[in-house]
Design a protein around this ligand. Structure first.
Ligand SMILES: NC(=O)C1=CN([C@@H]2O[C@H](COP(=O)(O)OP(=O)(O)OC[C@H]3O[C@@H](n4cnc5c(N)ncnc54)[C@H](OP(=O)(O)O)[C@@H]3O)[C@@H](O)[C@H]2O)C=CC1
Ligand SMILES: O=C(O)[C@@H]1CCC=N1
Length: 267
C-alpha cells in the first residue's frame, strides 16, 4: 500500500513508524508532506520515497492519504489537496474535531475514515477509535484497520459523534496521566527526595498499579480499599482529595475536552 502523510509531527510520524515496524508499508512507498524545514530534515533520516513541502499531483497516485496536521492547519492544505485527490483514494483523518462531512465537502471526496489515536501509538501501545463514511468499502476499511492496529488496539464506532468523547478520554488521556505523575513527583521532591528517586518511586508505583488493575480480581473501589487502612496514611490523602473535589475536577476537565472537540467540529 502506498501512503501519503500530510503533517509529519508527533502523530503522523508515529503512524509511519508503526507501519514500517510491521512491514505493512515499504519506506519507498511513503510520501511525507511537511511544512517545517527542521522537521523535514529530521524526516530525511527516515528515507521515505518522497519528502516534500507541497501537495502536488503525485499525491493522487497513493492509496491512502493520512491527514495529521492540526485542525487549525487543515484549511492550509484543503485547496491543493482538493485539486489532486482521485476518487479511488481513501482519506484517513486523525484531526481532533474535524468531521467526516466537513472533510468530504472541502475535499469534494467521499471515502473518509476518521480516527482518534493517542500518543502511546509511538510505542505500538495506543488505542484508536475510528469510524468511516459509507463510501469506504469493506476491503478499504479492513486495510486501514490493519494499519491502525500496528499502533496498538482499536475500536470501531458506529456513531461519529462519540469521537468527541473518545478525544476527551483516550486521545487527551495520556496528558492527564502525565499530569498526575508529575504532581506525585513534585510531592516527592517536596518531601526531600532527589527528582530521580521521586520519579523512580512514582513510575514503578504507576506501572505496578496498572498491572494490578488488569490482573487482580478486584474492582477499583476494592483496590483502593486494599491500600487505604482505616485511620492510616492513604485515608489522610484521600480525605484531602475529596475535600478538594479532585474527582469532580478531573471529570469536569474531561468534559471540557469533549466540549472543545464539539466546538472544533463546528469549525
Ligand atoms: N498529539 C496527540 O496526542 C494527538 C493528536 N491528534 C491529532 O493529530 C493531529 C496532529 O497532531 P500532532 O502530531 O500532535 O501535531 P504536530 O504539530 O506534532 O504535527 C503536525 C505537523 O503538521 C505540520 N503542518 C502544518 N501545516 C502543514 C501543511 N500545510 N503541510 C504540511 N505539514 C503541515 C506541522 O508543521 P509546523 O509545526 O511547522 O506547523 C507539524 O509538523 C492533530 O490534528 C491532532 O488533533 C490526535 C490524537 C492524539
Ligand atoms: O489536544 C488535542 O487537541 C489533541 C487531540 C487529542 C490529543 N491531542
Amino acid at each position: 500500500m502506498k501512503i501519503a502523510i500530510i503533517g509529519c509531527g508527533n502523530m503522523g510520524l508515529a503512524f509511519a513508524r508503526a507501519f514500517l515496524k510491521f512491514d505493512l508499508v515499504k519506506k519507498e512507498d511513503f510520501l511525507l508532506v511537511e511544512k517545517g524545514e527542521d522537521r523535514m530534515e529530521k524526516l530525511s533520516s527516515f528515507q521515505p520515497g518522497v519528502i516534500t513541502g507541497v501537495i502536488g499531483p503525485q499525491i493522487g497516485t497513493y492509496d491512502l492519504i493520512i491527514l495529521s496536521v492540526k485542525p487549525q492547519d487543515f484549511p492550509s492544505v484543503q485547496e491543493a489537496l482538493r485539486a489532486v485527490i482521485t476518487p479511488n483514494q481513501v482519506v484517513l483523518s486523525i484531526m481532533a474535531g474535524v468531521t467526516i462531512a466537513n472533510i468530504q465537502t472541502v475535499l469534494d471526496h467521499k471515502a473518509v475514515i476518521r480516527a482518534m489515536p493517542n500518543t502511546p501509538a509511538m510505542l505500538g501501545m495506543g488505542i484508536t477509535a475510528y469510524t468511516a463514511s459509507p463510501e469506504v468499502d469493506m476491503t478499504q476499511l479492513r486495510k486501514v484497520e490493519n494499519l491502525i492496529n500496528a499502533t496498538g488496539r482499536s475500536v470501531f464506532l458506529e456513531e461519529e459523534e462519540q469521537l468527541n468523547a473518545v478525544t476527551a478520554l483516550s486521545g487527551s488521556g495520556p496528558a492527564y496521566f502525565f499530569y498526575v505523575v508529575k504532581a506525585m513527583i513534585e510531592a516527592g521532591k517536596k518531601m526531600g527526595f532527589e527528582e530521580s528517586v521521586a520519579a523512580l518511586l512514582v513510575k514503578q508505583t504507576m506501572l505496578g498499579s496498572f498491572h494490578l488493575i488488569n490482573t487482580a480480581d478486584k474492582s477499583l473501589d476494592e483496590l483502593i480499599k486494599a491500600v487505604a487502612s482505616k485511620g492510616g496514611t492513604t485515608e489522610a490523602a484521600l480525605k484531602q482529595f475529596e475535600a478538594g473535589n479532585l474527582d469532580e475536577t478531573l471529570i469536569g476537565g474531561i468534559l471540557a475536552a469533549q466540549m472543545r472537540s464539539k466546538e472544533l467540529s463546528k469549525g
